[in-house]
Design a protein around this ligand. Structure first.
Ligand code: ADE
Ligand code: ZN
Length: 329
């Protein structure tokens, strides 16, 4: 019970959070306001619509909800909702991912609309919340041709003064889309000075992580949980101190593991692999950062030291430097 209080009250950071995955409330509001043809007729139906078994089904559900997002104001409201949630959970720093190509570009929404909307939302949120710190990670759609992703990065970089863009990542379906196919795009991103991260080892096993490590100079790995199946890989991740941004509720919701007790975080922690806890897409997976931390702490009977280490890793390995670290000392 004491640990629960510590988790709730401790200032936290979150490094793996997709802002594209909107709440059922925003899905309902945007679809009504923008007159978008969607398969829901009420807020209740929007809530029930978030139902899936696999990564593919989840991505389809999420993209349908996303199809209701249209205007600069919509993007601004997404940031404001994200910021209010940070206040609620005492999250003082969040790196927010968005996948322009898969979620917006595919429907003809200009990069400018997305960037201006996010920037506007951030400005408005900062007027209400002091010390709010949100940075953005531009995720590449790994299922898109690499040339298209290179073009996108060359366009996106023109807007970097408008938005605190710090890194480039990669998401969407992992099966059938090995990381090395996006190596040229990541090389461009690195050339622009962005930090690099990517979703690997979520639904594909260790071979997906090996492929990434051999072809892309990643600073962090999103998910990466399935590294646990390969002793050699565990050794390398521990040696190189590459942080894994784990998302337990997401993995359980998508059937990567069948229960919380099977989530192999203890083996990674005991092997000296750096990990932190994240919510991924909380409207879909029903646990926010605080909820994920509490569930992990209770399931594995973690010590206070272990819980603090998990929280601390999200600050130590963030892409913005050490300015928030004193929060957890
Ligand atoms: N996009 C949003 N969440 C994702 C996940 N867990 N895996 C791949 N792509 C995603
Ligand atoms: Zn993710």
């Amino acid at each position: 019970a004491n640990l629960r209080k510590l988790i709730v009250e401790c200032p936290k950071a979150e490094l793996h959070y997709h802002i594209d995955c909107i709440s059922p409330e925003l899905f309902w509001r945007f679809s009504q306001r923008n007159g978008i043809d969607v398969p829901i007729n009420s807020l209740q139906e929007a809530r029930e619509f978030y139902n899936f078994q696999t990564l593919d089904e989840f991505l389809t559900v999420m993209l349908t909800a996303i199809s209701s997002i249209q205007t600069e104001n919509d993007f601004a409201e997404m940031v404001i909702e994200c910021a209010l949630d940070m206040v609620k959970q005492n999250i003082v720093y969040r790196e927010v991912m968005f996948d322009y190509t898969a979620c917006y570009g595919s429907r003809g929404i200009p990069v400018e609309t997305v960037v201006n909307g996010f920037a506007k939302g951030l400005t408005l949120a900062k007027q209400q919340i002091k010390n709010l710190d949100i940075r953005f990670i531009a995720n590449l759609d790994r299922t898109a041709p690499v040339d298209q992703n290179c073009q996108y990065l060359n366009e996106l970089v023109k807007y970097r003064e408008l938005l605190p863009l710090i890194a480039v990542g990669m998401d969407m379906q992992e099966i059938g889309y090995p990381p090395h196919k996006q190596a040229d795009a990541f090389a461009i991103a690195k050339g622009y000075g962005f930090k690099l991260t990517g979703h690997v080892g979520e639904v594909v096993g260790p071979e997906g992580i090996w492929d990434a490590l051999q072809s892309i100079p990643l600073d962090r790995i999103d998910h990466g949980i399935r590294a646990v199946e390969d002793e050699e890989l565990i050794k390398i991740l521990a040696e190189k101190q590459i942080l894994l941004t784990l998302c337990p509720a997401s993995n359980i919701s998508l059937g990567v593991y069948s229960s919380w007790s099977e989530f192999p975080i203890k083996k990674l922690m005991n092997s000296n692999v750096r990990v932190c806890i994240n919510s991924d897409d909380p409207p879909c997976f029903h646990y926010d950062l605080t909820g994920n931390l509490i569930k992990i702490a209770e399931t594995f009977d973690l010590s206070t030291t272990e819980v603090i280490e998990l929280i601390r890793n999200s600050f130590i390995f963030n892409f913005a430097g050490n300015e928030h670290l004193s929060n957890v000392d």
